[in-house]
Design a protein. Structure first.
Length: 393
């Protein structure tokens, strides 16, 4: 039996995905397929390393040493063919805290910051909460695929005197893994207009089929100097609760500004177990990851095929990276409030509301595929049955 086929009880563990879902949806029968964590255990080597560290019994101040940095450097070189240097790394409890620090450190109040919508909801808040302004370059959705409107991308930068572009690569929620030519074109525009790129690459390791993740900073020396990149093993290895993340910045001035901002908040170190998990995941987790990717691909193909086979009212947008399936539900002809209610009350499935990713998400929902096949089959069947009941009633 695959290590990814075992259904593990998560209720009662203070799980946001499972325990909070009952409060959020006000229904004990809801099947949670929303927030982006997995229903899979971390690699056994990570679990063993945590047990060993816990058994030591002393959890004093812990410093990340060169061995931990080496595990990061080697992982990025092997998986993404980007050679980074030790002093480029700044530790952070998470990618979203990192983005908050980057926005504060590298922009000023009332500066304009570009995002590509629909996009991960915290991108909006990390801009607005620091009195910066959101500028949108809406992705083009045509014939079931998303692409970049490059003309609008540059127009928005010029018209709004944009200071920073927050890139999502791979893109959450639409599932695109941006190709090198796309990254190069966006990068050249940013360099031309002196726009700093803050690149969220937390899903960098979760690449499906023959697609390839390319760190935008690796495309050219100019882009390396223009870019601040956010990484974490927490999405890759299901370690989100351990809060271990890091920022890669080659430009010394930008890096020191970001570090000063962390210092202002008194954030000088990661927690002991987070560091232990990060190092061991990167050293020992590759075989586990390859099996995980096969499981996600299988779940994606199953869900897409079931929707194709049983209804033409819900379409799965092709998923190239992440484990988050973007569902086009516009053919149901429901308002967003009606769509959200339909999924919760008729299908009894807890999905992410498409509009939470921006108005471009109207008519869409996001489904988490990182669960044993039994759970995916249950969730998809619930939706298919609810659509059938709606269309025949």
């Amino acid at each position: 039996m695959s290590r990814f086929s075992n259904v593990i009880q998560r209720k009662g563990t203070r799980s946001v995905k499972w325990d909070y879902a009952e409060h959020l949806y006000q229904d004990k029968e809801i099947l949670p397929m929303w927030v982006a964590d997995m229903d899979f255990q971390a690699p056994q080597e990570v679990i063993d390393s945590l047990k060993q560290r816990v058994e030591h019994g002393i959890f004093g101040y812990t410093m990340p040493d060169e061995e931990i940095k080496r595990s990061i450097i080697d992982w990025i070189a092997k998986r993404h063919q980007w050679n980074i240097e030790s002093d480029w790394i700044t530790y952070s409890p998470g990618v979203i805290p990192s983005l908050h620090m980057i926005v504060q450190a590298l922009t000023e109040e009332q500066d304009n910051i570009l995002i590509q919508t629909p996009v991960y909801p915290p991108f909006y808040s990390v801009i607005k909460e620091h009195q910066r302004n959101v500028v949108k370059n809406s992705l083009i959705y045509s014939e079931g695929m998303y692409s970049i409107d490059f003309e609008d991308f540059e127009n928005q930068i010029v018209k709004n005197n944009v200071k920073m572009f927050i890139l999502c690569n791979p893109h959450n929620p639409v599932g695109r893994v941006w190709k090198e030519e796309e990254l190069k074109k966006m990068g050249e525009i940013c360099v031309k207009h002196n726009v700093i790129i803050a690149s969220d690459e937390i899903h960098a390791d979760l690449i499906l089929d023959e697609h390839k993740h390319i760190p935008v900073a690796s495309v050219s020396n100019q882009l390396n100097n223009q870019t601040v990149t956010c990484y974490s093993p927490t999405k890759t290895f299901n370690l989100a609760g351990l809060q271990a993340s890091y920022i890669v910045t080659s430009d010394k001035e930008k890096r020191e500004s970001i570090k000063k901002n962390f210092d202002k908040q008194g954030m000088h170190m990661l927690n002991t177990l987070g560091l232990t998990a990060m190092e061991n995941a990167y050293i020992h987790g590759e075989e586990w990851l390859e099996e995980l990717l096969e499981t996600i691909q299988s779940n994606r193909d199953f869900a897409a095929e079931q929707f194709r086979k049983h209804t033409d009212l819900i379409k799965a947008v092709p998923l190239e990276g992440t484990y988050l399936l973007w569902l086009d539900c516009r053919s149901l002809n429901l308002s967003q409030a009606e769509l959200k209610s339909f999924m919760q009350k008729q299908a009894k499935v807890g999905l992410n509301d498409g509009v939470s990713f921006g108005e471009e998400g109207k008519g869409f929902m996001r489904m988490n595929l990182a669960a044993p096949q039994e759970i995916i089959e249950n969730g998809v069947q619930r939706i298919v049955d609810a659509v059938r009941q709606k269309t025949t009633s």
